[in-house]
Design a protein around this ligand. Structure first.
Ligand SMILES: Nc1ncnc2c1ncn2[C@@H]1O[C@H](COP(=O)(O)OP(=O)(O)OP(=O)(O)O)[C@@H](O)[C@H]1O
Ligand SMILES: [Mg+2]
Length: 240
């Protein structure tokens, strides 16, 4: 197996000394897509924020490209190639699409912007439009495009499809899959559209009440729907 570029090892994460995620192990290799599933409050966002160094770890280890994640210096992880698209998308409404893409890279990279936009043709004609005037789907495409402009090695996307029509999700998820494979980006997705997410993932982990209750190859999880549903809704399934 290729060496993992994003690793959590018995990770404990939470708020004010109270763990919301307990003993999470995960590893994502370059070019691989791992999806984190689970009901509301399971600890998905907490996991992403902690891996990104935006929340202090309460225990265990987290490394990105071999370097320990340090919440006192989250910019270091970002410089090494980690990008997080948060669940609120983290966009600036008064900026135009073009300005947003320009700001996303450390230095202007018009060639890169062009190649990323080619992956999201719906954005091509909107370069001059203010971000606040874009539709939800267009905003989500921009958030992902902006993350990609920076040529990340690790991409984490929280609630990619929040508020989006399934049609839109069906367009964006395969684009992420293709880019991850083509560019060797390790992708960690949080998704509510379970089937759509599993269809583009290599592997998935189901969290429930902060613990891993099921994990495996995406195809395997899709094939055993009863087990997946049990893990998702009442956390009774255990990993094979
Ligand atoms: N800022 C915070 N302060 C204290 N507790 C928090 C905070 N944010 C989240 N929590 C708690 O941590 C637990 C995990 O929350 P988290 O946001 O990680 O869940 P999630 O899996 O992302 O859920 P959702 O699907 O609703 O986004 C929940 O019990 C939640 O109430
Ligand atoms: Mg969340």
């Amino acid at each position: 197996m290729t060496e993992a570029v994003l690793v959590a090892d018995r990770l404990v994460a939470g708020y004010h000394g109270i763990p919301a995620v307990q003993g999470l192990d995960l590893a994502v290799a370059a070019g691989e897509v791992l999806t984190l599933l689970g009901p509301n409050g399971a600890g998905k966002t907490t996991t992403l924020l902690t891996l990104a160094g935006l929340l202090p770890r309460m225990g265990g280890r987290a490394t990105i490209l071999g370097t320990p994640v340090d919440h006192r210096r989250p910019y270091r992880t970002a410089r090494r190639g980690m990008r997080l698209v948060p669940d609120d998308r983290g966009l600036f409404a008064p900026l135009t699409v073009a300005e947003h893409l320009r700001l996303a890279a450390a230095r202007p990279d018009p060639e890169r912007e062009k190649s990323v936009l080619a992956r999201f043709p719906a954005l091509e004609g909107l370069r001059g439009r203010k971000v606040g005037l874009l539709s939800g789907g267009e905003q989500q495409m921009l958030a992902i495009a902006a993350a990609l402009v920076a040529r990340p090695k690790v991409l984490m996307v929280d609630e990619m499809s929040l508020g989006l029509a399934p049609m839109v999700v069906r367009n964006i998820l395969p684009a992420i899959r293709e880019i991850a494979r083509a560019e060797g980006i390790a992708v960690l997705l949080v998704e509510q559209h379970v089937e759509l997410a599993l269809a583009v993932s290599d592997r998935a982990i189901v969290l429930n009440h902060g613990r891993v209750v099921l994990s495996g190859a995406a195809g395997q999880l899709l094939a055993d729907r009863a087990k997946l549903t049990a893990a998702y809704f009442d956390g009774t399934a255990t990993s094979p």
